[in-house]
Design a protein around this ligand. Structure first.
Ligand code: GLN
Length: 197
């Protein structure tokens, strides 16, 4: 890998475009990923925000669920925001019928934990490892992490609830840093991808 890693954004559903822009400004070569052949070519992957049940069903439908699980198990760096966090949880507290996860982080997430769409909010969040002070977190029907297992590391807490987690090469945030124009979290992830490469 060169200094410019190729980072895919899972483009089945959700705010794909915003992540592509954020990654490009964090000096990654960003591209949408829809098919297993495209997944095979990336050095890292972002799973965007959106609707986790829909995304999970589309991942099964597009034949992506197993390839995603295999690459995560093989050490692919992955970053999930909001619905993406839910997809990366080993367990969902309140899954909808047919909702599966890719898994990768030993944690239990609670969907829509911070309330409904009209209870969305922004808050300054200190994320371990991200320099330059707190980031502005956008929380939209956001999940929180109910509990983490021994292998997962808590990176941020808001209002007493875990909102950012990392386990090995996999990280997840409840909030959407891609919507703020501040791309430090994407730069942090891009550095993680470089370190693995
Ligand atoms: N609440 C949504 C879900 O369950 C996630 C919302 C989001 O990604 N902004 O998938």
């Amino acid at each position: 890998m060169t200094d410019t890693p190729v980072i895919g954004v899972l483009a089945l559903q959700g705010d794909v475009r915003e992540h592509l822009i954020a990654l490009a400004s964090a000096d990654a070569l960003a591209r949408p990923v829809r098919r297993p052949e495209e997944l095979a070519e990336v050095d890292g992957l972002v799973i965007p925000g959106g609707e986790s049940t829909t995304m999970s069903k589309l991942a099964v439908l597009f034949g992506m669920m197993e390839p995603l699980r295999e690459r995560v198990a093989a050490g692919l760096p992955v970053y999930g925001t909001c619905a993406g966090m839910i997809l990366l949880a080993d367990k969902i507290l309140d899954p909808r019928a047919g909702q599966e996860t890719v898994g990768g982080i030993d944690m239990i997430v609670r969907r829509n934990a911070f309330g409904r769409q009209n209870e969305s909010f922004e808050a300054a969040v200190d994320v371990d490892g991200v320099p330059g002070g707190p980031v502005e977190g956008v929380f939209i029907r956001a999940p929180w992490v109910e509990s983490v297992g021994a292998r997962a590391e808590v990176l941020a807490v808001h209002g007493g609830h875990i909102v950012a987690v990392r386990q090995g090469n996999v990280m997840a945030t409840s909030f959407h840093p891609e919507l703020t124009g501040d791309h430090r979290v994407h730069a942090f992830f891009t550095d993680m991808v470089r370190a693995v490469g």
